[in-house]
Design a protein around this ligand. Structure first.
Ligand code: PLP
Length: 363
């Protein structure tokens, strides 16, 4: 009997459901570069409304949404502040520097989250000799820290602080849906009241095949559109993709909380079996275990796919395509893999090439 793999590498691995495919197939479309795709318009309007922003722009990916936002907020030679493990630094190919000429100043947040006190300490007012901080970039939820959530009060305090110093705020909200599901905070509170720009992804917890939306002020829109075009992100009959996003908002937003229940199930199972598990606050489970790469390989042989974002850390991400039964199987397989690895390691040491280690990482 063949069993399907349990794929916990990322919440990006979901496949469109039959309903989503139907919505895509029947979408009304036009040329979005002429502003004539009604489905793209509908998606942009819907998200602008949900988060309280006047402007919205559909883009192919979360990376592009972030990179356009940063370039809206900081010019070449200017500075943004962010957490040292932020996605915009760790997984976006050095794009702030490469394409934006933007200087990034990093600080280590507690579980990836910057506190108002930390930001206040490092914000710099510019003058003829000093580079001023133009923007602070936050990540909600924080991926590399394990899906940690910024409390609304922290976001509000950061907003008050940055308004006083004339500094903008960008939020990488690839998984803002998970923060909303975990805290019950309305999406509107996570949007315009606390950020100048917000990037949200449709292809993570919501389960669409592609697409992100950049939310911003109206006056930024023309430039955002031109930056998108310059980055090769202009799309034509993109309504086919936007329809998937609209379908996801209608049918998958409410169910994101299930992913958190499944993450808890994984965490509890692994803890009971003696593993050291962080969190989870949302849908990402980090497990501290030596020889994580070897565990990844052993589990993959048994049909359970996870990643190792560091040599001693496993990462498991729950999503639309994994249910309780799959999670229980994952716990069994991972435990066997961890124990087998520990047994082997009490024998001769095993080392793995760094390249292989890199390949099992996923954003
Ligand atoms: C926090 C965060 N931001 C941005 C992205 C980039 O999204 P995309 O893969 O659509 O470019 C990811 C991808 O996983 C992410 O985790």
């Amino acid at each position: 009997m063949t069993t399907h793999p349990v794929d916990l590498r990322s919440d990006t691995v979901t496949r469109p459901t039959p309903g989503m495919r139907r919505a895509m197939a029947t979408a009304e479309v036009g040329d979005d570069m002429f502003g004539e795709d009604p489905t793209v318009r509908a998606l942009e309007d819907r998200l602008a409304d949900l988060f309280g922003f006047p402007g919205a722009l559909f883009v192919p990916s979360g990376v592009m949404a972030n990179q356009i936002a940063l370039r809206l907020l900081a010019a070449p030679g200017q500075e943004i502040v962010c957490d040292a493990e932020a996605h915009i630094l760790a997984h976006e190919e050095g794009s702030p520097a490469r394409y934006g000429g933007i200087q990034t100043r990093t600080v280590s947040g507690e579980r990836g989250l910057l506190s108002p006190e930390t930001v206040q300490r490092i914000l710099r007012t510019g003058n003829a000799y000093t580079v001023g901080t133009r923007a602070v970039a936050l990540e909600q939820t924080h991926t590399r820290a394990g899906g940690t959530v910024y409390p609304l009060e922290t976001l509000r305090a950061l907003r008050r602080l940055t308004v006083r110093s004339g500094t903008a705020v960008h939020i990488d909200g690839a998984r803002i849906w998970n923060a909303h599901a975990a805290t019950g905070t309305p999406l509107s509170a996570y949007g315009a009241p606390v950020a100048d720009t917000l990037a949200v992804c449709l292809s993570k917890g919501l389960g669409a095949p592609a697409g992100s939306v950049l939310l911003t002020a109206d006056e930024h829109l023309a430039r955002a559109r031109s930056l998108r075009h310059g980055l090769g992100g202009g799309m034509r009959q993109a309504g086919i993709l936007a329809a998937a996003g609209l379908h996801a908002l209608d049918h998958h937003l409410e169910r994101v909380a299930e992913d958190h229940d499944h993450a808890l199930l994984l965490a509890e199972g692994l803890r009971e079996a003696g593993c050291s598990v962080r969190g989870p606050e949302t849908n990402i489970v980090l497990v501290d275990t030596p020889g994580a790469e070897d565990v990844v390989r052993r589990a993959a042989r048994e049909g359970v796919l996870v990643t190792a974002p560091g040599p001693d850390v496993l990462r498991l991400v729950t999503h639309l395509d994994v249910g309780r039964r799959a999670c229980r199987r994952a716990v069994e397989v991972l435990m066997a893999a961890v124990h087998a690895d520990r047994r082997d390691k009490s024998g001769p040491a095993q080392t793995e090439p760094a390249q292989q280690r890199k390949e099992s990482e996923a954003a």
